[in-house]
Design a protein around this ligand. Structure first.
Ligand SMILES: [Zn+2]
Length: 356
């Protein structure tokens, strides 16, 4: 009884949703140390699944890796809390998901942009379309300077809502505005997200990806690691900087970094994350050769099966939140360890030498 009372007290104190630490207004000044890399282009978008079973409230944690084409878009639901990580390359495709997930006229508690590439931020502009009446409570991104007009458009929408006091805009380099690299977000069903500051001096947008460790309401049942498009430099840094110990990166499910690129995985990374499943988000026809043969070989050698959105469609993970309840992972279309039409062997040096 006491434990039950304590649990409900904790939930009540959390007041539906909270983020540790106080809000501090972010400076609009952008760091100027980053170099601009090529823009990713969206290709071969497939129409997304158009209807979902209504996501329940309660303690169940639901993660949907959306079939958004060549890009990333993840929707997380737990209790009444809603979180979106990246919005894919295309507003129309992401908009159809907002419709099918019944997110119009609702509040999204947290939106996280992992990094400044079009295949991650472009669809997020749809959240701010007036006719959708979507309220965004917190928006996180690293605020690095980037010249893309479409990114400027997104940032203008964010700043305009911030000026109206309807949105809190946070820098992933200081995600809780308290000088600490880890910000813990608690969802109303008891799931937690640790939002982790990116590599401070990454050599481009990919290596400036914010990482997220998602922990189910029953932490023994489900955990997941998502690190945007982090490449070897940042992956090694996750290890060196101590994220491997706090909050720990050993998880049940790993979102393949960088759409299954060989520069987004190393044997050591799989040793540390030790996932039961890898899920990759990519378009069937992409210019990059994703998923790379070398990446698949590393997953295969480690004995980790994968699902991929271009072949399996949207991938849904559910964790009941009950102690020992485990989790399920269900793709729209069956088949594991599938190949795709664009898969090829990468010639980039990072994938042919110095792997560890
Ligand atoms: Zn990407």
């Amino acid at each position: 009884m006491l434990r039950r009372t304590l649990f409900f007290s904790v939930v009540l104190v959390s007041l539906a949703f909270f983020i540790e630490a106080q809000q501090h207004r972010q400076s609009r000044t952008k760091r100027s140390s980053q170099t601009q890399r090529h823009r990713r282009r969206a290709r071969s978008l497939k129409p997304p699944v158009t209807s979902f079973v209504t996501d329940s409230g309660g303690r169940e944690l639901i993660v949907r890796l959306l079939d958004i084409g060549q890009g990333d878009a993840t929707y997380i639901r737990n209790g009444s809390s809603k979180v979106i990580i990246d919005g894919g390359p295309d507003t129309a495709a992401f908009g159809r998901y907002l419709d099918s997930l019944s997110l119009n006229n609702s509040t999204i508690d947290v939106v996280i942009l992992s990094h400044q590439h079009l295949d991650h931020y472009s669809g997020l502009r749809e959240l701010f379309k007036t006719s959708r009446h979507i309220r965004v409570q917190y928006f996180f991104e690293n605020k690095d300077p980037a010249p893309a007009v479409t990114l400027a458009e997104l940032r203008d929408s964010i700043l305009s809502r911030m000026d109206r006091d309807s949105l809190i805009y946070r820098d992933t380099d200081d995600p809780c505005s308290n000088g600490r690299p880890i910000c813990t977000i608690t969802m109303t069903g008891g799931a937690k997200l640790h939002l982790l500051a990116p590599l401070p001096n990454g050599d481009g947008p990919n290596n400036r990806s914010a990482a997220v460790k998602l922990i189910g309401p029953d932490s023994a049942s489900f955990t997941m690691w998502l690190a945007g498009d982090a490449e070897h430099d940042e992956i090694n840094w996750f290890d060196a900087t101590g994220y491997n110990r706090n909050p720990g990166i050993r998880v049940n499910v790993l979102k393949a970094d960088h759409h299954g690129s060989c520069n987004g995985v190393t044997p050591r990374y799989l040793e540390l994350t030790h996932p039961q499943w890898v899920v990759a988000s990519l378009g069937a026809r992409n210019d990059y050769g994703h998923m790379h043969t070398q990446a698949k070989a590393i997953y295969r050698t480690a004995g980790v099966p994968w699902y991929r959105t271009d072949q399996n469609g949207t991938i849904t993970i559910r964790a009941s939140g009950k102690p020992g309840g485990g989790f399920t992972i269900t793709p729209d279309r069956p088949g594991t360890d599938l190949d795709g039409p664009s898969d090829r062997t990468s010639q980039q040096g990072a994938c042919t030498m110095g792997m560890k």
